[in-house]
Design a protein around this ligand. Structure first.
Ligand code: AMP
Ligand code: GLY
Length: 427
């Protein structure tokens, strides 16, 4: 089979490694991929948002199955366009991807179908938004409606910070049209859990839970990033909580999307907060999380491509979905300065035993290749994932490998997994 994967980060590298375990895969193409992914797939310089070029490539390369991994092409209708030329895809169509593409849509869905989430209101007028903040007080959360590169959520500690966020989103339009409408919502507290789930609209199969580490600094300080590391499973997510989420959140969401004529097929990502009043949805994503995919997929024991094909065809109930009982930890090696400005173009050196996957898996994100040199080319450069029978061991192995990978200007958090281990992730 010829497989096409749209995207080019660490998540896509983890997907590609897993898909390749299926013996019937002949060619696997990454659009655009990156210099590190090139070791596992043929990378083609077509941007993930260039849907006409993706369709043309698929048509001319006898693609049997496509996986659209990032949010932008999903929201822009890449799956619709590929389906239209007869290519099966893993990923939701645009009308279902709106669950991530519009916060107004997702918040309205949750209110309408009684799915637990933070209390909120939607505004398209800055004055009214500010008046609502006056009544709510602070802290309060301001969210741009549309996609904003993961930066559209502002946690305002004071009313003045909230006014400033409303001004910059709605009046200055720092996120363009994504900020024309905003959601203002109640500030919740509690441990966060990411749950990725396979669903075809009839069946919902949650994967092993995980925990992202979004802040740039140790101890969860500093600005938000795309994610600086992850662990799986998430020890805060007990079996009892999982059962409650299945009934009160996951299945309700699947049925709600069906009722709206927006059947979701693909990976639905539930960003949850375990509050004192029970689990609540912080956000939905219409795709695998990154770095979550880099800890969840290495724990998948069954055949990913087979599961994806079943999901696309609406036969997920027949798929074999099994996770090992092991734990995984992923440490992201970033360019110093990220998520602000940073330099790139530094040589990356990875010891041969690590490259061979002996002690860890290295997934490439911001990497380019020049001859046989690998150079840094982005904010998040590599994800280093280790798997072990216990979480403390997985954390130790990931850091041992990360410490032996070098490039100038490297930065990584030193406490990935610490909170999870303290919570009792010792199994
Ligand atoms: P997002 O970009 O939607 O993933 O949101 C970024 C982060 O903002 C989340 O991971 C949470 O840590 C935080 N967040 C979002 N909504 C709320 C909320 N209502 N209360 C507290 N924190 C929130
Ligand atoms: N790790 C969060 C996300 O993928 O959106």
């Amino acid at each position: 089979m010829n497989i096409l994967v749209v995207g080019g980060g660490g998540r896509e590298h983890a997907l590609i490694r897993k898909i390749k375990e299926n013996p019937s895969v002949k060619n696997i193409y990454a659009l655009p991929g990156n210099g590190g992914i090139a070791a596992d797939a043929e990378c083609v310089p077509i941007g993930a948002k260039d849907i006409p070029a993706i369709v043309e490539f698929a048509q001319t390369h006898a693609i049997d199955f496509a996986v659209v991994a990032p949010d932008d092409p999903l929201v822009l209708g890449a799956v619709d366009a590929l389906n239209a030329i007869g290519i099966d895809c893993f990923g939701p169509t645009a009308d279902a991807a709106v669950i991530e593409g519009s916060k107004v849509f997702s918040k309205t869905l949750m209110s309408r179908y009684g799915i637990p989430t933070a209390a909120h209101r939607v505004f398209d007028d800055a004055k009214e938004a500010k008046a609502y903040v006056e009544t709510l007080g602070a802290p309060v959360v301001i969210k741009a409606d549309g996609l904003a590169l993961g930066k559209g959520v502002i946690i305002a500690r004071t009313k003045d910070e909230a006014f400033e966020a409303i001004r910059s989103m709605m009046e200055e339009k720092i996120f363009g049209d994504s900020g024309s409408r905003v959601v203002i919502e109640e500030f919740l507290t509690g441990p966060e859990v990411s749950v990725l789930a396979f669903t075809d609209g009839q069946t919902m199969i949650p994967m092993v839970s995980s925990m992202d580490h979004k802040k740039i600094g140790d101890g969860d300080v500093g600005p938000n990033t795309g994610g600086m590391g992850a662990v799986a499973p998430n020890p805060f997510y007990t079996d009892a909580i999982a059962a409650q989420c299945m009934d009160d959140i996951f299945l309700l969401t699947m049925h709600a999307m069906n009722a709206e004529n927006r059947t979701f097929r693909g990976c639905l990502y539930f960003g949850l907060m375990l509050t004192e009043k029970g689990p609540k949805v912080i956000e939905y994503n219409c795709r695998f999380g990154d770095p979550e995919a880099q800890v969840v997929l290495p724990l998948l024991e069954s055949d990913l491509l087979d599961i994806m094909m079943h999901t696309a065809r609406g036969t997920l109930a027949d798929a074999d979905v099994r996770f090992s009982g092991d734990s995984a930890c992923c440490v992201i090696l970033a360019s110093n300065g990220y998520p602000g400005a940073y330099d790139t173009g530094f040589d990356i050196s990875i010891p041969a035993d690590i490259l061979a996957g002996a002690s860890a898996q290295v997934y490439a994100a911001g990497v380019r290749r020049e001859g046989d040199r690998l150079l840094t080319a982005g904010g998040r450069v590599l994800g280093v994932t280790a798997v072990a029978s216990s979480l403390p061991e997985a954390v130790e192995k990931a850091y041992e490998a990360a410490g032996r990978i070098h490039f100038e200007n490297a930065y990584y958090r030193t406490d990935i997994g610490a909170k999870a281990v303290a919570e009792g992730g010792a199994r």
